[in-house]
Write a protein that binds this ligand. Structure first.
Ligand code: PLP
Length: 391
């Protein structure tokens, strides 16, 4: 495979039609953030001063990422501003330390969210069952031992039967329980706080196009308690000055960004794909709106195996094994479709994707080498490959 030279390393060229994925380097960082992060490298700063000015909420803090933001926020709800308690974590002796989460919100975003809760020393209390969480389940899960309640806004959560955010907040508020909202991958940076959440958590490296970092925004006392965790369990998840200033720059750029123009450009790529791919034998395409209301569409490509000569996951894998490697969003591929995301394309990528798909399908028809690996076999193979790292 040909390798592009990046910073002295020879790296495989990647076309990203999968959206913002940690495994692919998240997003194209905006120039403002690159400039800010680069310029601070040759400077000393008062790091606490830098930490103090992050977002538009009552207070904000930059963290290493959203996952660490969750650890810090949960820790904050248990310790408050008590430095002895902060240094004692994850020992929670004598502290309320239960965190209530709806069953359908116990996702894996690359690691299990329950583990982020337990890392702080807290215990997960599950409300309801996978696709049915009534308000009484949440009320019943809250006890004297409850430190916080965690709500997840994401397409990863179970989409049916969960209690919605306003109701969730209302239940917690009535019982004096702080609500932490993980909305790592959402556009709306203000909605949860406006609805009364105590803490909202975002990733800097997803839609914001910032460096790898996270943002905790919300109630001042709680954010202050999050900040103090840097002298405790936050230390092994430290964010550097470049991450902090790069995130601030990305937030400022986000406020200035011409969102309509970017959306129009993304729509253009989607319509191009729709037109080009709909006529390909074995494929059926439609435009899919966002699950959680973000203003981003994607193209769903359904593969009819017999006509295409390939299963959807075989097509996705063959795209990823090419040079350049083309990644599509395949987390729902067992249903026979994957998505093409337009948000991280470089000029010309959309055309290269179409050409590659045509090429793979034509060659599969000629060779008759598709329809070999069931989804279960593919899953087994991917797991085995993961365990073989770095080979
Ligand atoms: C991406 C994501 C995370 C993890 O975010 P990082 O900043 O990469 O740690 C957590 N929760 C949700 C819902 C996500 O989409």
């Amino acid at each position: 495979m040909s390798k592009a030279v990046t910073g002295g390393f020879r790296l495989s060229r990647v076309i990203n039609a999968a959206g913002t994925m940690t495994s692919l380097g998240s997003s194209l960082v905006v120039p403002e953030a690159i400039e800010a992060a680069a310029s601070i490298q040759q400077q000393f700063v008062k790091i606490d001063e830098l930490h103090a000015r992050a977002t538009g909420a009552e207070a904000g803090l930059v963290t290493a990422c959203s996952a660490s933001g969750m650890v810090l926020a949960i820790a904050a709800t248990m310790t408050g501003l008590d430095l002895a308690r902060i240094e004692r974590l994850p020992d929670v002796t004598g502290l309320p330390s239960e965190v209530v989460v709806q069953a359908g919100h116990l996702i894996n975003y690359g690691a299990p969210i329950a583990q982020a809760i337990r890392l702080a020393g807290a215990e997960v209390v599950v409300a309801g069952t996978a696709a049915q969480v009534e308000t009484f389940h949440i009320e019943d899960a809250i006890t004297e031992q409850t430190a916080a309640a965690l709500f997840v806004v994401s397409h990863h959560v179970v989409q049916d039967g969960q209690t919605d955010l306003p109701e969730f907040i209302a239940i917690c508020k009535a019982r004096g329980i702080p609500t932490i909202v993980d909305m790592a991958s959402e556009y709306d940076l203000r909605g949860a706080i406006a609805r009364g959440a105590d803490i909202a958590i975002y990733s800097a490296h997803k839609f914001l196009g910032g460096p790898t970092a996270g943002i905790i925004a919300g109630r001042k006392k709680l954010v202050q308690a999050c900040f103090l965790q840097n002298g405790g369990i936050g230390r092994p998840m430290k964010v550097g000055k470049e991450g902090i200033i790069g995130t601030i720059a990305a937030l400022e750029a986000w406020a200035q960004r011409d969102h309509a123009a970017i959306k129009a450009k993304e729509d253009c790529a989607i319509h191009y794909w729709l037109e080009e791919l709909s006529s390909v034998t074995g494929l059926a395409c439609d435009i899919h709106a966002d699950w959680t209301g973000n203003p981003i569409d994607r193209l769903r490509v359904s593969v009819r195996p017999v006509e295409a000569g390939l299963y959807a996951w075989e097509l996705a894998d063959r795209l990823a094994n090419r040079d350049p490697a083309i990644y599509v969003r395949d987390d729902l591929v067992e249903h026979g479709y994957f998505f093409l995301y337009p948000c991280n394309l470089k000029p010309g990528d959309e055309k290269e994707i179409v050409a590659a798909m045509r090429d793979i399908l034509a060659s599969a028809r000629i060779q008759g080498d598709g329809l070999c690996a069931s989804f279960t076999e593919r899953r087994r193979r991917k797991l085995a490959a993961h365990l073989r790292w770095p080979d």
